[in-house]
Design a binder for this molecule. Structure first.
Ligand code: HEM
Length: 138
């Protein structure tokens, strides 16, 4: 029996879901779902989708330990003027996970992305969805 001195190569999450072509399909489907949702569509009326999709694909690649690094704008700065609510955020997060699921992403990859989405929520959400906290008198 031979022993190998090579360290075992562990495949990244990016490779395990199928690499660049899968990421592209996930992002395409994500924005199809977003633009089909009346709660989300209005926020994108002024947005050029091509660079948005490129940035989202790079961000997802980075989160999955893939080769692309995110070079877009700071996520808090970009989203602040959009005044995103928790409900909008949850919808986009669920759509992203659904798109990964459709591509047969393994459970540990879905869990890792879900964890990142939870961590990112406070950065992206800036609108107060609670009328009392927003200073609306009852
Ligand atoms: C789920 C977490 C989210 C992630 C990871 C994310 C990621 C991104 C990225 C990477 C960009 C491009 C930044 C750039 O071009 O420099 C972007 C832009 C944008 N996002 Fe999100 N986003 C999220 C949630 C949302 C939600 C919930 C909404 C609204 C419902 C939203 C609305 C927008 C809009 C309108 C832009 C374009 C802003 C502009 O071009 O000025 N995003 N987002």
């Amino acid at each position: 029996m031979t022993t190998t001195t090579q360290p075992e190569k562990t495949e990244s999450m990016y490779d395990r879901i199928g690499g660049a072509s899968t990421v592209t399909r996930v992002v395409d489907r994500l924005y199809t779902l977003i633009l089909d949702d009346s709660l989300l569509r209005p926020t994108f009326h002024d947005t050029d989708l091509a660079p948005l999709k490129r940035h989202m694909a790079a961000l997802l690649s980075q989160v999955l330990d893939g080769p692309k690094a995110y070079t877009g704008r700071d996520l808090a700065t970009v989203h602040k003027p959009v005044a995103i609510t928790d409900a909008q955020y949850r919808s986009v997060a669920d759509y992203l996970l659904a798109c990964l699921y459709i591509e047969h992403a393994p459970a540990d990859v879905l869990a890792a992305v879900a964890e990142t989405l939870t961590a990112l929520q406070a950065t992206v959400v800036s609108a107060d969805s609670d009328p009392a906290a927003a200073g609306v008198s009852t």
